[in-house]
Design a protein around this ligand. Structure first.
Ligand code: ZN
Length: 201
């Protein structure tokens, strides 16, 4: 195996969903069948690494200081929905139930993986969520053990910081252990309309 190919496989096999075999298959495919695509992937990835950053309001990916959702005056500033990932945000958007603002944690609290409040920069979210215009925070972290624990932790902190804030959590519809990214829009819409005050958790 050439040195460059070995290095590429070594880099790719660490990505989620790719093992050594699929990484090798991918590299061979790009170099043997589709060098134009390989070139474009390399160039686009290089540009994205330089230009894509986090929105200073919602933490989602953007190429400017604020993302399009945060600069959209039609979105309701009194509701703030917190999700784990940009994919979860897109899943909620696809359900068309929500027209407020978002905050993307870019992960979840996961003590076993060494992700605590500091690693997740939770203070940024708490600052965002306790601004005067926010009346309701919707906890839309996933229904996995870590996602549930994150929702409970955030609810406790928010209740301490802003006792009058309405804090809700998506309800039934999303299966236990389920991730929003893989739920269909109708299921998310159902869970959305049935959301509960988080103090019943
Ligand atoms: Zn934003």
């Amino acid at each position: 195996m050439s040195h460059l190919i070995a290095e590429l496989v070594d880099l790719l096999k660490r990505l989620p969903g790719l093992g050594p075999r699929s990484a090798q298959r991918l590299v061979y495919h790009l170099l043997r069948e589709d060098r134009t695509a390989a070139q474009r992937i390399a160039e686009t990835l290089a540009a994205a690494v330089v230009r894509v950053r986090h929105c200073s309001e919602c933490n989602a990916f953007t190429e400017s200081d604020l993302c399009v959702r945060c600069t959209d005056p039609a979105r309701d500033a009194s509701q703030l929905c917190v999700v784990e990932t940009p994919a979860d945000l897109e899943a909620i958007e696809a359900s068309h139930v929500f027209h407020g603002r978002y905050y993307v944690l870019m992960g979840r609290l996961s003590p076993l993986d060494g992700v605590g409040p500091r690693e997740l920069q939770v203070d940024r979210f708490l600052e965002r969520a306790t601004r005067t215009e926010v009346q309701e925070v919707i906890l839309a972290t996933n229904f996995t053990p870590d996602g549930e624990a994150t929702a409970q932790w955030l609810a406790q902190r928010l209740r301490a910081l802003a006792p009058n804030l309405r804090i809700t959590r998506l309800a039934r519809g999303v299966p236990v252990g389920g991730e929003l990214e893989y739920a269909d829009p109708a299921t998310i819409a159902y869970a959305w309309h049935d959301r509960r005050f988080s103090d019943v958790l």
